[in-house]
Write a protein that binds this ligand. Structure first.
Ligand SMILES: Cc1cc2nc3c(=O)[nH]c(=O)nc-3n(C[C@H](O)[C@H](O)[C@H](O)COP(=O)(O)OP(=O)(O)OC[C@H]3O[C@@H](n4cnc5c(N)ncnc54)[C@H](O)[C@@H]3O)c2cc1C
Length: 392
């Protein structure tokens, strides 16, 4: 007889959110991570209104705002020297603000809420292998402090891009669309809060947005072909890129105003993996990930957590076959709901469409509703076809 219904490996935005939603429904969850919380991870952290609306629904928006996370009500997008589009984020279910919470705060908030709902948390627990019986995953073995093995009806891998659970389960690649970009970012204080600023052109993108502690996150995105070159001397390349695309932002990037080293990643593959099987499932980046050019990863993890947690309690009560059917149905729905956003992200990540988009963007200048709708493409709420049709 196992003590837990579900073991979750990985306790950030996918794993902790799933643990929270399951525990609130009475499911006995063991939430594990090799990290301890609060802790940071390599990721910028813009959250579209879609994700903010979920935090509100889960009762976590007020605590997040109270932690000093500023709401972002305006986006300005400099598409060309003479074209800056200003508008609100595309609203979702009554929420029209984005947020950019530090992962130290957001992930810890989710973990604390999961524990408060009854999930058992084991930090410093490094997943090693699945335990199999008659072709079904029935448990997981962990190393790290102490090391332990536990059994459960379902093992969920929420352990990120290089998921060991996926490897152990033999999850096959469904799609591997390649890597097109790299991103680097840092934090500075003293920038005026004018919402999210986006500057595209000249083979790079620069973004700046406000986050915790009076800091702004400033990021530069380049094509992946430049990754090896820029990382050799990231400070010089980063500051030069911001100075070129966004001189008014660059003015503020002094050493005195700097809130830490520049971090980043070129490990930005776009893929979908087989994400369910007998006794196991994958969510978040373990299951599918796309280039952060559209900043959808955290919101996607939330959406998957909700979809899986809606299905599992009844299935757990009905037995192993129902659990496998529930995880399979979750994956089918996820693919149906996310394939358009996957394709759009690939187009943006390849830097495609820029020339084709410019006439459309000129046509929407001064039309706040259509500018918001354009931002809705980035958030995965609007397809390019719907936008083109609306512009007319
Ligand atoms: C440079 C960059 C910029 C990004 N910018 C944005 C953005 O602006 N907005 C956005 O929405 N998304 C962004 N993303 C994507 C976002 O970071 C991810 O989609 C999101 O973190 C996925 O959450 P997750 O919980 O699935 O995985 P992760 O956040 O990767 O968490 C996985 C967890 O699993 C744990 N783990 C891994 N292996 C083991 C093991 N063997 N045993 C135990 N624990 C393990 C890790 O310690 C970690 O805590 C960005 C990503 C990158 C790389």
């Amino acid at each position: 007889m196992s003590t837990h219904d579900v073991i979750i490996v990985g306790a950030r935005c996918a794993g902790a959110a799933t643990a929270l939603l399951l525990a609130r429904q009475g499911v006995r969850v063991l939430l594990t991570d090799r990290a301890a919380f609060p802790s940071d991870t390599v990721s910028t952290h813009l959250l579209h209104p879609t994700g903010v609306a979920r935090l509100r629904d889960w009762g976590l928006l007020d605590p997040l705002l109270a932690s000093g996370c500023p709401a972002i009500d305006t986006i300005s997008f400099r598409a060309a020297e003479d074209l800056v589009l200003r508008g609100a984020p595309y609203a979702c279910d009554g929420v029209a603000s984005s947020l950019a919470p530090r992962r130290t705060v957001l992930d810890a908030l989710l973990v604390e809420a999961a524990v408060a709902a009854g999930a058992e948390l084991r930090e410093g627990a490094s997943f090693q292998q699945l335990i199999w019986e008659d072709g079904r995953a029935v448990g997981a073995a962990f190393g790290g402090r102490g090391g332990f093995t536990e059994r459960a009806a379902l093992i969920i891998g929420a352990d990120g891009r290089h998921s060991a659970v996926a490897r152990q389960a033999g999850a096959k690649p469904i799609r591997d669309a390649g890597i097109f970009g790299c991103q680097f970012y840092g934090y500075w204080h003293g920038l005026p809060n004018v919402g999210t600023q986006i500057f595209v052109g000249g083979g790079q993108a620069v973004l700046a947005y406000p986050t915790h502690d009076g800091h702004h996150l400033v990021l530069v995105g380049w094509p992946h072909a430049r990754f090896a070159e820029v990382k050799q001397d990231i400070d010089r390349h980063f500051l030069a890129a911001v100075a070129k695309s966004a001189p008014a932002v660059a003015e503020h990037l002094t050493d005195a105003a700097r809130g830490g080293p520049i971090a980043g990643s070129g490990d930005l593959g776009n893929y979908v993996r087989e994400s369910s099987g007998p006794g196991w499932a994958l969510i978040g980046d373990a299951a599918t990930a796309k280039d952060p050019v559209t900043a959808q990863g955290i919101g996607d993890a939330f959406a998957q957590a909700q979809s899986l947690a809606d299905r599992l309690p009844a299935a757990l009560a009905a037995g192993p076959r129902a659990v496998d059917a529930a995880t399979a149905a979750h994956c089918t729905d996820r693919e149906r709901d996310s394939s358009a956003a996957f394709e759009t992200t690939l187009t943006f990540a390849k830097g495609g469409n820029s020339a084709a988009l410019l006439p459309l963007l000129r046509a929407i200048a001064g039309r706040p509703d259509l500018i918001s709708m354009f931002y809705g493409i980035y958030a995965g709420q609007v397809t390019m076809e719907e936008f083109v049709a609306a512009v007319g």
